[in-house]
Design a protein around this ligand. Structure first.
Ligand code: BT5
Length: 246
């Protein structure tokens, strides 16, 4: 590995993102990875919970110190999704990426990504890319409230997947993309696997909570989603997308 060369392994933590932010504040290096067998307080966006049961998935965070502007931070979410899609390909699994941060199977979430950062106006101090991958979680092991929206790689694979091998594949792919520092390549991969562009969608805008209906037409260079809403083009920087069947 060129960049991700320090891995901290934990048995149980609240949230690998929180721990990563803490050690980043004390100076942890670019490329430090924290992985835990279990999270007791796994987090999604907007203070949502992320179910992270023991031994069944990959719950980890990557500390990055890129030389970029705060506005560029969301692109690292796309980089993570692209890396996971490439890793899945190695296992003959086809990723479906839903903007901005989910990898889906059968309309349900396999992977969630939570990117957080510490920045000043013109400078990023550090970025933490948190990745949660359901690897071998059985359908009936998910809590009832997320059973219909969550999926696991083992379902796609028709059997259990070796977590260490998959983890290593994701790190290798992420390491390659980060070292290349070529977002053109990231966008190419993201587009190849995305299931959002060209589709009729509903978007709940993160800031306002307002719901918009339209057709996803493109992603911008900063990772924002561009949607045609009845002839008017609107750009979304954060939000939840659901794909409509009609
Ligand atoms: C996400 O948020 O999907 C980002 C999840 C990031 C988790 C990783 S694990 C390592 C690192 N440490 C952390 O503490 N977090 C990161 P969001 O798009 O807001 O989706 C959250 C929603 O997904 C929840 O409200 C549930 O509906 C659903 N959900 C919760 N746990 C899930 C799971 N294990 N699999 C699929 N869906 C889940």
């Amino acid at each position: 590995m060129k960049v991700l060369d320090k891995i901290i392994y934990k048995n149980v933590v609240d949230s690998t993102n929180d721990l990563a932010k803490k050690i980043a504040r004390y100076g942890a290096a670019n490329g430090t990875v924290i992985i835990a067998e279990e999270q007791t307080g796994g987090k999604g966006r907007l203070d949502r919970k992320f179910f992270s049961p023991r031994d069944k998935g990959l719950w980890f965070s990557i500390i990055l110190r890129p030389n970029c502007l705060p506005n560029d931070a969301p692109k690292f979410t796309l980089m993570a999704a692209a890396a996971i899609a490439c890793a899945m390909e190695r296992f003959n699994l086809r990723a479906e990426i839903k903007w901005p941060n989910d990898i889906m199977y059968d309309g349900r979430k396999l992977v969630g990504i939570l990117t957080e950062m510490s920045a000043e106006v013109e400078r990023v101090n550090f970025i933490v890319v948190g990745i949660g991958i359901n690897v071998n979680v059985e359908r009936n092991e998910f809590p009832e409230n997320i059973r219909d929206v969550a999926a696991s790689l083992s379902e796609m694979n028709g059997g259990n997947l070796n977590r260490a091998e998959f983890f290593y594949a994701v790190l290798e792919e992420f390491d390659r993309l980060f070292a290349q520092n070529d977002f053109g390549e990231v966008f190419k991969i993201w587009r190849k696997y995305n299931i959002t562009l060209g589709r009729n969608i509903n978007v709940v805008e993160a800031d306002s909570g307002e719901i918009f209906t339209g057709k996803a037409i493109d992603i911008a260079e900063d990772g924002a989603l561009i949607v045609d809403i009845g002839g008017e083009v609107k750009t979304f920087y954060a939000g939840d997308v659901s794909i409509r069947t009609k």
